[in-house]
Design a protein around this ligand. Structure first.
Ligand code: HEC
Length: 106
């Protein structure tokens, strides 16, 4: 296994196994879980979804637009180089949570 792969895998395992502290609300737990799912996006779109180079910004997009865009990627209606494949991994509920997560990022 090449070193870079070890780093990526161990970061992923850490993200999956980091315990959520006791005494937090269900909302906090949900947003913490989605903060971890959103890591799958921030590598390309930037830590706040602000966009990096030619990768478009995904913060600040209205919820309904974000969800519709993801659904169109998933169905193949919207032209894409990578997002069509990425969107396959998520359902409508995930799209809503991701939309909310990135909506308020700056
Ligand atoms: C491998 C890099 C990569 C990853 C990972 C990635 N994206 Fe993207 N994203 C892109 C690129 C490139 C585009 C432009 C469309 C295309 O070519 O696929 C894009 C476009 C988008 C758009 C449309 C933005 C606009 O205004 O047109 C949204 C929304 C989006 N991505 C959301 C996400 C979400 C949510 C995730 C995580 C689940 C994610 N992306 C993960 C590269 C990535």
């Amino acid at each position: 296994m090449r070193p870079i792969r070890v780093i990526v895998v161990s970061a992923y395992v850490t993200a999956l196994t980091t315990p959520v502290p006791q005494g937090v609300s269900a909302d906090d737990r949900a947003s913490s879980a989605f903060a971890q799912i959103a890591l799958a996006c921030t590598g390309c779109h930037g830590t706040s979804g602000q966009g990096v180079g030619s990768i478009p910004a995904i913060n600040n997009i209205p919820e309904s637009t974000f969800i519709r865009t993801m659904q169109e990627f998933k169905s193949g209606q919207r032209a894409a180089t990578v997002m069509d494949r990425i969107a396959q991994g998520y359902n409508d509920r995930d799209f809503l949570e991701l939309a909310r997560f990135f909506r308020d990022r700056r």
